[in-house]
Design a protein around this ligand. Structure first.
Ligand code: KG4
Ligand code: ZN
Length: 339
């Protein structure tokens, strides 16, 4: 088989990233310029600043990805780019860039769904993983429980009806003064805390039994803080963080295990920025082991946004014959499975 080398570009949020991926498995280069320091000053991602920083860094990041791989644009079989979901201005930078260089170099263009990219991150380090399997995607913008029926075919069982899991981490971290991005900070401080200290209520969701809701939990944390402030009670941040984290992890694990049982899935894959959470990784590993299920989790660097995962997803789209036109546009609320 001839090698298929794809240059992939990702600019959906606050990481400017480019990668060269061979045959959907082998990462020849993976360059990420993170804007986190800039957004930290404002306590969250400022869309206008994100777009501007993408414009400033994108050419450098792409050039470095090709150089690190020892390749030129001419060597590429296709140019892939995340075209949704995400921040529209941020997405547009990547989409415009990918169209320009693909057109100039005479290469096919492949628009990739960001969530599909997150799921595909698992193929990089787990060569035996193949559909069908159950996927749990937990990021700053998304919480999806999915059956990956085929390489580029997905069936959504449940999703969040309000905040995404990562969003809840970020909001709670801000409320207890840990700053942005909240997930890694809550993860760290929770290690010093007692996760049984506070019992937060489990959300009931009207809709699919696999749907999630995190805004009630976030409000419960804020109410707890307000109450403590009014009564002058001391709040142990580490206990609060650990108890909140446990509530999120418990519901994610429960739904995933129930879906695995209901749909007879023996294989589970975790993905997205929140997949780097140590408590979630440990709990899912434990629950899967108890039931004899096989769990795949990417290394933390492939959980948060990167372009290597986009290159992997693009390979499967490429093999399936998918090609985007020169009218490819950014679609901020693109749904999984839509083209
Ligand atoms: O996948 P990602 O990089 O971007 C989106 O597509 O949204 O995910 C970023 C999210 C943020 O909300 C961040 O707080 C969360 O992932 N996150 C974590 C951890 N590391 C990143 N959440 C919990 N624990 C972590 N260790
Ligand atoms: Zn993401």
């Amino acid at each position: 088989m001839n090698n298929v080398d794809i240059l992939a570009i990702e600019t959906s949020c606050d990481e400017t990233a480019a990668a060269v991926v061979r045959n959907g498995r082998e990462v020849l280069s993976n360059v990420i310029y993170t804007q986190i320091d800039m957004h930290t000053i404002y306590g969250g991602v400022v869309p206008e600043l994100a777009s501007r920083a993408h414009v400033e860094k994108i050419n450098f990041v792409i050039r470095k990805a090709l150089d690190d791989a020892g390749k030129t644009l001419d060597d590429m079989d296709a140019v892939a780019v995340t075209y949704g979901p995400g921040l529209v201005g941020a997405l547009l930078v990547g989409v415009a860039e990918a169209k320009a260089i693909a057109w100039a170099a005479g290469k096919p263009l492949i628009g990739v769904h960001h969530i599909e990219g997150h799921i595909c991150a698992n193929y990089i380090e787990h060569p035996d993983l193949k559909p069908p399997y159950l996927g749990l995607v937990v990021s700053g913008g998304h919480t999806h429980l999915i059956i990956v029926e085929d390489w580029a075919k997905f069936r959504i069982l449940g999703r969040t009806v309000d905040d995404a899991a990562g969003e809840a981490f970020d909001k709670v971290a801000r409320a207890i003064g840990l700053g942005y991005p909240g997930g890694p900070k809550i993860d760290k401080v929770s290690k010093e805390g007692n996760s049984e200290a506070i019992v937060f209520p489990k959300a009931k969701v009207n809709g699919s039994e696999y749907d999630f809701s995190f805004s009630g939990l976030k409000s419960a944390v804020l109410n707890y803080l307000n109450h403590a402030q009014m009564t002058g009670e001391e709040v142990r941040k580490a206990d609060l963080a650990a108890s909140f984290q446990k509530a999120v992890v418990d519901v994610l694990c429960e739904h995933t295990m129930r879906a695995a049982k209901d749909f007879g899935m023996r294989e589970v894959a975790l993905a997205g920025g929140v997949a780097s959470n140590s408590a979630l990784r440990a709990a899912l590993a434990r629950e899967c082991e108890r039931r004899g299920l096989h769990l795949s989790v990417p290394s933390p660097g492939y959980c948060t946004d990167n372009a290597a995962m986009i290159g992997v997803a693009a390979f499967h789209e490429y093999q399936a014959g998918a090609r985007s036109g020169w009218d490819l546009n950014a679609v901020p609320n693109l749904r999984l499975g839509e083209r």
